[in-house]
Design a protein around this ligand. Structure first.
Ligand SMILES: Nc1ncnc2c1ncn2[C@@H]1O[C@H](COP(=O)(O)OP(=O)(O)O)[C@@H](O)[C@H]1O
Ligand SMILES: [Mg+2]
Length: 333
Protein backbone atom coordinates (compact mmCIF):
# COMPACT_ATOMS: atom_id res chain seq x y z
CA UNK A 1 0.00 0.00 0.00
CA UNK A 2 1.24 3.43 -0.95
CA UNK A 3 1.97 5.91 1.84
CA UNK A 4 0.45 9.38 1.43
CA UNK A 5 2.53 11.79 -0.61
CA UNK A 6 2.67 14.53 1.97
CA UNK A 7 3.53 13.16 5.37
CA UNK A 8 4.94 15.85 7.63
CA UNK A 9 8.75 15.76 7.48
CA UNK A 10 9.10 15.37 11.25
CA UNK A 11 6.65 12.52 11.14
CA UNK A 12 8.34 10.58 8.35
CA UNK A 13 11.67 11.20 10.09
CA UNK A 14 10.49 8.92 12.86
CA UNK A 15 11.00 6.03 10.44
CA UNK A 16 14.52 7.05 9.52
CA UNK A 17 17.04 4.33 8.69
CA UNK A 18 20.17 3.53 10.67
CA UNK A 19 22.39 0.68 11.75
CA UNK A 20 20.72 -0.13 15.02
CA UNK A 21 18.82 -3.34 15.63
CA UNK A 22 17.89 -4.54 19.06
CA UNK A 23 19.59 -7.79 20.09
CA UNK A 24 16.24 -9.52 20.60
CA UNK A 25 15.19 -8.87 17.01
CA UNK A 26 18.54 -10.02 15.70
CA UNK A 27 18.38 -13.22 17.74
CA UNK A 28 14.82 -13.91 16.57
CA UNK A 29 15.82 -13.48 12.93
CA UNK A 30 18.86 -15.75 13.39
CA UNK A 31 16.67 -18.41 14.96
CA UNK A 32 14.14 -18.15 12.14
CA UNK A 33 16.81 -18.34 9.44
CA UNK A 34 18.89 -20.94 11.32
CA UNK A 35 21.87 -18.83 10.36
CA UNK A 36 24.13 -16.17 11.80
CA UNK A 37 23.55 -12.66 10.54
CA UNK A 38 26.82 -10.92 9.79
CA UNK A 39 25.44 -7.37 9.40
CA UNK A 40 22.09 -5.61 9.66
CA UNK A 41 20.96 -2.30 8.28
CA UNK A 42 17.75 -0.71 9.54
CA UNK A 43 15.99 0.67 6.46
CA UNK A 44 13.18 2.46 8.30
CA UNK A 45 9.64 1.27 8.47
CA UNK A 46 5.96 1.81 7.84
CA UNK A 47 2.59 0.14 8.35
CA UNK A 48 3.57 -1.12 11.79
CA UNK A 49 6.73 -2.92 10.63
CA UNK A 50 10.44 -2.13 10.49
CA UNK A 51 12.50 -3.09 7.47
CA UNK A 52 16.05 -4.45 7.54
CA UNK A 53 18.70 -5.51 5.10
CA UNK A 54 20.42 -8.60 6.44
CA UNK A 55 23.78 -10.02 5.39
CA UNK A 56 24.26 -13.75 5.76
CA UNK A 57 27.57 -15.63 6.13
CA UNK A 58 27.30 -17.20 2.65
CA UNK A 59 27.33 -13.72 1.06
CA UNK A 60 23.61 -13.51 0.37
CA UNK A 61 21.52 -10.53 1.42
CA UNK A 62 17.93 -10.66 2.61
CA UNK A 63 15.10 -8.22 3.23
CA UNK A 64 13.29 -8.54 6.57
CA UNK A 65 10.04 -6.95 7.75
CA UNK A 66 9.56 -7.16 11.49
CA UNK A 67 6.34 -6.26 13.29
CA UNK A 68 6.79 -3.19 15.44
CA UNK A 69 3.78 -3.55 17.68
CA UNK A 70 5.24 -1.62 20.62
CA UNK A 71 5.03 1.73 18.88
CA UNK A 72 2.67 3.39 16.46
CA UNK A 73 3.97 5.59 13.70
CA UNK A 74 2.22 8.48 15.35
CA UNK A 75 3.66 7.82 18.81
CA UNK A 76 7.15 7.15 17.53
CA UNK A 77 7.91 10.55 16.15
CA UNK A 78 6.67 13.17 18.52
CA UNK A 79 3.98 14.08 20.91
CA UNK A 80 2.25 16.52 18.54
CA UNK A 81 -0.92 15.35 16.82
CA UNK A 82 -0.40 14.76 13.08
CA UNK A 83 -2.87 16.45 10.74
CA UNK A 84 -6.18 14.65 10.33
CA UNK A 85 -5.45 13.84 6.69
CA UNK A 86 -2.34 11.93 7.70
CA UNK A 87 -3.66 10.38 10.88
CA UNK A 88 -3.64 6.61 10.78
CA UNK A 89 -6.83 4.73 11.58
CA UNK A 90 -7.47 3.01 14.91
CA UNK A 91 -6.84 -0.37 13.28
CA UNK A 92 -3.53 0.82 11.87
CA UNK A 93 -2.37 2.35 15.15
CA UNK A 94 -3.04 -0.86 16.99
CA UNK A 95 -0.92 -2.82 14.50
CA UNK A 96 -3.46 -5.58 14.81
CA UNK A 97 -3.21 -6.74 11.24
CA UNK A 98 0.48 -7.51 11.18
CA UNK A 99 0.29 -11.11 12.29
CA UNK A 100 -2.00 -12.59 9.62
CA UNK A 101 -0.26 -10.15 7.28
CA UNK A 102 3.06 -11.97 7.21
CA UNK A 103 1.44 -15.37 6.69
CA UNK A 104 -0.69 -14.01 3.84
CA UNK A 105 2.28 -12.25 2.29
CA UNK A 106 4.45 -15.39 2.42
CA UNK A 107 1.63 -17.56 1.03
CA UNK A 108 1.02 -15.02 -1.72
CA UNK A 109 4.70 -14.77 -2.69
CA UNK A 110 4.96 -18.56 -2.92
CA UNK A 111 1.75 -18.87 -4.92
CA UNK A 112 2.78 -16.15 -7.37
CA UNK A 113 6.24 -17.72 -7.72
CA UNK A 114 4.70 -21.11 -8.55
CA UNK A 115 3.36 -19.67 -11.81
CA UNK A 116 6.98 -19.23 -12.98
CA UNK A 117 5.93 -16.08 -14.81
CA UNK A 118 7.04 -12.92 -12.97
CA UNK A 119 10.17 -13.17 -10.82
CA UNK A 120 9.32 -13.11 -7.11
CA UNK A 121 11.84 -13.12 -4.22
CA UNK A 122 12.09 -16.46 -2.42
CA UNK A 123 10.66 -16.63 1.10
CA UNK A 124 13.56 -17.45 3.46
CA UNK A 125 11.54 -17.44 6.67
CA UNK A 126 8.26 -16.29 8.16
CA UNK A 127 6.51 -16.38 11.49
CA UNK A 128 3.84 -14.28 13.17
CA UNK A 129 6.26 -11.43 13.84
CA UNK A 130 8.40 -11.28 10.73
CA UNK A 131 8.98 -12.13 7.10
CA UNK A 132 12.41 -12.61 5.49
CA UNK A 133 12.79 -12.77 1.72
CA UNK A 134 15.57 -12.84 -0.82
CA UNK A 135 17.12 -9.41 -1.42
CA UNK A 136 16.41 -7.92 -4.86
CA UNK A 137 19.19 -5.61 -6.01
CA UNK A 138 16.87 -3.12 -7.63
CA UNK A 139 17.83 -0.56 -10.24
CA UNK A 140 15.72 1.55 -12.55
CA UNK A 141 13.18 0.39 -15.12
CA UNK A 142 13.74 0.57 -18.88
CA UNK A 143 11.14 0.52 -21.67
CA UNK A 144 12.29 -3.02 -22.55
CA UNK A 145 11.97 -4.23 -18.98
CA UNK A 146 8.53 -2.62 -18.73
CA UNK A 147 7.35 -4.43 -21.87
CA UNK A 148 8.79 -7.68 -20.53
CA UNK A 149 6.97 -7.09 -17.27
CA UNK A 150 3.70 -6.61 -19.18
CA UNK A 151 4.19 -9.98 -20.87
CA UNK A 152 5.21 -11.65 -17.59
CA UNK A 153 2.17 -10.23 -15.82
CA UNK A 154 -0.11 -11.59 -18.54
CA UNK A 155 1.46 -15.03 -18.06
CA UNK A 156 1.02 -14.77 -14.28
CA UNK A 157 -2.64 -13.89 -14.65
CA UNK A 158 -3.14 -16.80 -17.05
CA UNK A 159 -1.83 -19.22 -14.42
CA UNK A 160 -5.26 -18.70 -12.86
CA UNK A 161 -6.79 -19.67 -9.54
CA UNK A 162 -9.31 -22.25 -8.40
CA UNK A 163 -11.82 -19.58 -7.36
CA UNK A 164 -12.03 -15.86 -6.68
CA UNK A 165 -10.48 -15.07 -3.30
CA UNK A 166 -7.82 -17.07 -1.51
CA UNK A 167 -7.57 -19.85 1.06
CA UNK A 168 -5.77 -17.54 3.54
CA UNK A 169 -7.09 -14.45 5.32
CA UNK A 170 -5.53 -11.33 3.90
CA UNK A 171 -4.24 -8.07 5.29
CA UNK A 172 -3.56 -4.70 3.76
CA UNK A 173 -1.45 -2.14 5.60
CA UNK A 174 -2.72 -3.34 8.95
CA UNK A 175 -6.38 -3.68 7.93
CA UNK A 176 -8.11 -7.03 7.54
CA UNK A 177 -8.53 -8.03 3.89
CA UNK A 178 -11.28 -10.64 3.50
CA UNK A 179 -10.52 -13.33 0.94
CA UNK A 180 -13.68 -15.48 1.22
CA UNK A 181 -13.75 -17.66 -1.86
CA UNK A 182 -16.54 -17.39 -4.45
CA UNK A 183 -17.40 -18.30 -8.03
CA UNK A 184 -18.46 -14.88 -9.33
CA UNK A 185 -16.12 -11.89 -9.41
CA UNK A 186 -18.58 -8.96 -9.21
CA UNK A 187 -20.22 -10.17 -5.99
CA UNK A 188 -16.88 -11.25 -4.59
CA UNK A 189 -15.34 -7.83 -5.23
CA UNK A 190 -18.29 -5.90 -3.80
CA UNK A 191 -18.38 -8.05 -0.65
CA UNK A 192 -14.66 -8.44 -0.01
CA UNK A 193 -13.08 -5.32 -1.45
CA UNK A 194 -15.62 -2.46 -1.42
CA UNK A 195 -18.24 -2.67 1.30
CA UNK A 196 -15.98 -3.49 4.29
CA UNK A 197 -13.84 -0.38 3.70
CA UNK A 198 -16.81 1.91 3.00
CA UNK A 199 -18.18 0.87 6.40
CA UNK A 200 -14.87 1.29 8.25
CA UNK A 201 -14.60 4.80 6.77
CA UNK A 202 -18.21 5.58 7.72
CA UNK A 203 -17.61 4.41 11.30
CA UNK A 204 -14.48 6.57 11.47
CA UNK A 205 -16.45 9.57 10.19
CA UNK A 206 -14.36 10.02 7.04
CA UNK A 207 -17.22 9.07 4.69
CA UNK A 208 -20.71 10.51 5.13
CA UNK A 209 -23.91 8.52 4.97
CA UNK A 210 -24.46 9.80 1.42
CA UNK A 211 -20.90 8.76 0.45
CA UNK A 212 -21.51 5.26 1.74
CA UNK A 213 -24.83 5.06 -0.09
CA UNK A 214 -22.95 5.87 -3.31
CA UNK A 215 -20.50 3.02 -2.58
CA UNK A 216 -23.40 0.70 -1.82
CA UNK A 217 -25.07 1.59 -5.10
CA UNK A 218 -21.83 0.80 -7.00
CA UNK A 219 -21.78 -2.55 -5.18
CA UNK A 220 -25.47 -3.24 -5.89
CA UNK A 221 -25.10 -2.49 -9.61
CA UNK A 222 -21.68 -4.04 -10.06
CA UNK A 223 -22.77 -6.86 -12.38
CA UNK A 224 -23.64 -4.18 -14.95
CA UNK A 225 -20.27 -2.44 -14.73
CA UNK A 226 -17.83 -5.34 -14.26
CA UNK A 227 -17.53 -6.26 -17.95
CA UNK A 228 -17.79 -9.74 -19.42
CA UNK A 229 -17.28 -12.64 -17.01
CA UNK A 230 -13.73 -14.01 -16.94
CA UNK A 231 -12.21 -16.96 -15.08
CA UNK A 232 -10.23 -16.13 -11.91
CA UNK A 233 -6.77 -14.78 -12.67
CA UNK A 234 -3.74 -15.25 -10.44
CA UNK A 235 -3.22 -11.62 -9.45
CA UNK A 236 -0.85 -9.67 -7.21
CA UNK A 237 -3.72 -7.72 -5.67
CA UNK A 238 -1.80 -4.59 -4.54
CA UNK A 239 0.12 -3.95 -7.73
CA UNK A 240 1.08 -0.30 -7.43
CA UNK A 241 4.48 0.65 -8.82
CA UNK A 242 6.11 0.65 -5.35
CA UNK A 243 5.50 -3.08 -5.20
CA UNK A 244 7.40 -3.70 -8.46
CA UNK A 245 11.20 -3.77 -8.21
CA UNK A 246 13.31 -3.60 -11.35
CA UNK A 247 16.33 -5.91 -11.42
CA UNK A 248 18.18 -7.85 -14.11
CA UNK A 249 16.05 -6.30 -16.84
CA UNK A 250 12.80 -7.57 -15.35
CA UNK A 251 10.06 -6.39 -13.03
CA UNK A 252 9.90 -8.32 -9.75
CA UNK A 253 6.78 -8.49 -7.61
CA UNK A 254 6.92 -7.90 -3.84
CA UNK A 255 4.40 -7.31 -1.08
CA UNK A 256 1.38 -9.02 -2.65
CA UNK A 257 -2.21 -9.26 -1.52
CA UNK A 258 -2.42 -12.23 -3.90
CA UNK A 259 -5.72 -13.87 -4.71
CA UNK A 260 -7.83 -15.21 -7.52
CA UNK A 261 -9.18 -11.98 -8.95
CA UNK A 262 -9.88 -9.95 -12.05
CA UNK A 263 -6.76 -9.26 -14.10
CA UNK A 264 -7.83 -5.66 -14.74
CA UNK A 265 -7.37 -5.07 -10.97
CA UNK A 266 -3.56 -5.30 -11.25
CA UNK A 267 -3.45 -3.10 -14.35
CA UNK A 268 -5.76 -0.48 -12.86
CA UNK A 269 -3.61 -0.42 -9.72
CA UNK A 270 -0.47 0.18 -11.78
CA UNK A 271 -2.29 3.08 -13.45
CA UNK A 272 -3.69 4.54 -10.21
CA UNK A 273 -0.53 6.12 -8.80
CA UNK A 274 1.51 6.05 -12.02
CA UNK A 275 3.98 3.37 -13.10
CA UNK A 276 7.12 3.93 -15.18
CA UNK A 277 6.52 3.14 -18.86
CA UNK A 278 2.91 2.20 -18.17
CA UNK A 279 2.07 2.38 -21.89
CA UNK A 280 4.79 -0.19 -22.63
CA UNK A 281 3.47 -2.46 -19.89
CA UNK A 282 -0.13 -2.25 -21.12
CA UNK A 283 0.74 -2.66 -24.82
CA UNK A 284 2.88 -5.74 -24.20
CA UNK A 285 0.23 -7.18 -21.88
CA UNK A 286 -2.42 -6.77 -24.57
CA UNK A 287 -0.26 -8.56 -27.15
CA UNK A 288 -0.21 -11.66 -24.96
CA UNK A 289 -3.66 -11.46 -23.38
CA UNK A 290 -6.00 -8.89 -24.94
CA UNK A 291 -8.43 -7.25 -22.54
CA UNK A 292 -12.17 -7.16 -23.13
CA UNK A 293 -13.57 -3.99 -24.74
CA UNK A 294 -14.18 -1.17 -22.29
CA UNK A 295 -11.26 -2.05 -19.99
CA UNK A 296 -10.11 1.52 -19.51
CA UNK A 297 -13.58 2.65 -18.47
CA UNK A 298 -13.57 -0.14 -15.85
CA UNK A 299 -10.32 1.02 -14.21
CA UNK A 300 -12.16 3.29 -11.71
CA UNK A 301 -14.16 0.30 -10.44
CA UNK A 302 -10.91 -1.57 -9.77
CA UNK A 303 -9.29 1.54 -8.30
CA UNK A 304 -12.13 2.05 -5.88
CA UNK A 305 -10.84 -0.64 -3.50
CA UNK A 306 -7.35 0.85 -3.01
CA UNK A 307 -8.83 4.34 -2.78
CA UNK A 308 -11.25 3.23 -0.07
CA UNK A 309 -8.36 1.58 1.79
CA UNK A 310 -6.50 4.89 1.58
CA UNK A 311 -9.54 6.68 2.97
CA UNK A 312 -9.54 4.20 5.89
CA UNK A 313 -5.80 4.59 6.50
CA UNK A 314 -5.17 8.23 5.83
CA UNK A 315 -8.55 9.89 6.22
CA UNK A 316 -10.45 12.41 4.19
CA UNK A 317 -7.52 13.35 1.92
CA UNK A 318 -8.54 10.49 -0.39
CA UNK A 319 -12.31 10.98 -0.08
CA UNK A 320 -12.74 13.03 -3.26
CA UNK A 321 -10.70 10.56 -5.31
CA UNK A 322 -12.78 7.69 -3.97
CA UNK A 323 -16.04 9.49 -4.73
CA UNK A 324 -14.87 10.34 -8.26
CA UNK A 325 -13.91 6.70 -8.87
CA UNK A 326 -17.28 5.56 -7.53
CA UNK A 327 -19.16 7.95 -9.85
CA UNK A 328 -17.07 6.84 -12.83
CA UNK A 329 -17.62 3.18 -11.93
CA UNK A 330 -21.37 3.78 -11.63
CA UNK A 331 -21.51 5.31 -15.11
CA UNK A 332 -19.29 2.66 -16.76
CA UNK A 333 -22.00 0.04 -17.03
N1 LIG B 1 13.24 -8.25 -1.47
C1 LIG B 1 13.59 -6.97 -1.41
N2 LIG B 1 14.83 -6.59 -1.79
C2 LIG B 1 15.19 -5.29 -1.72
N3 LIG B 1 14.40 -4.29 -1.30
C3 LIG B 1 13.14 -4.62 -0.93
C4 LIG B 1 12.68 -5.96 -0.97
N4 LIG B 1 11.39 -5.99 -0.55
C5 LIG B 1 11.09 -4.71 -0.28
N5 LIG B 1 12.13 -3.89 -0.49
C6 LIG B 1 12.16 -2.42 -0.30
O1 LIG B 1 11.35 -2.07 0.82
C7 LIG B 1 10.25 -1.27 0.38
C8 LIG B 1 9.03 -1.65 1.18
O2 LIG B 1 8.76 -3.02 1.01
P1 LIG B 1 7.29 -3.57 1.03
O3 LIG B 1 7.34 -5.06 1.15
O4 LIG B 1 6.53 -3.03 -0.12
O5 LIG B 1 6.76 -2.97 2.40
P2 LIG B 1 5.36 -2.38 2.84
O6 LIG B 1 4.60 -3.56 3.35
O7 LIG B 1 5.69 -1.42 3.91
O8 LIG B 1 4.72 -1.73 1.65
C9 LIG B 1 10.13 -1.55 -1.11
O9 LIG B 1 9.51 -0.51 -1.81
C10 LIG B 1 11.57 -1.71 -1.50
O10 LIG B 1 12.21 -0.46 -1.63
MG1 LIG C 1 4.63 -2.25 -0.35
Amino acid sequence: MRPPAAWPARWSACSSPGNRVDPGTRARLELLLQSDITAVRDLGGQHGARHYRLHLPDGRAAFAKVADVRRTVHQEGNEAEPPAAARPSRQFQAGQGTQPGFAAEAAGLRWLAKAGAVPVPAVLGQDTTCLVIEWVAAGGPTPQAAAGFGRDLAALHKAGAARFGAPWPGEIAGLPLPNDQAESWPDWYATNRLLPYARIARDAGTLSGADVRLMESVAARISGSAGPAEPPSRIHGDCWSGNVLWAGGRGWLIDPAAHGGHRETDLAMLALFGAPYLDHILAAYQEVAPLADGWRARFPLHQLHPLLVHVCLFGAAYRNDALAAARAAASAG
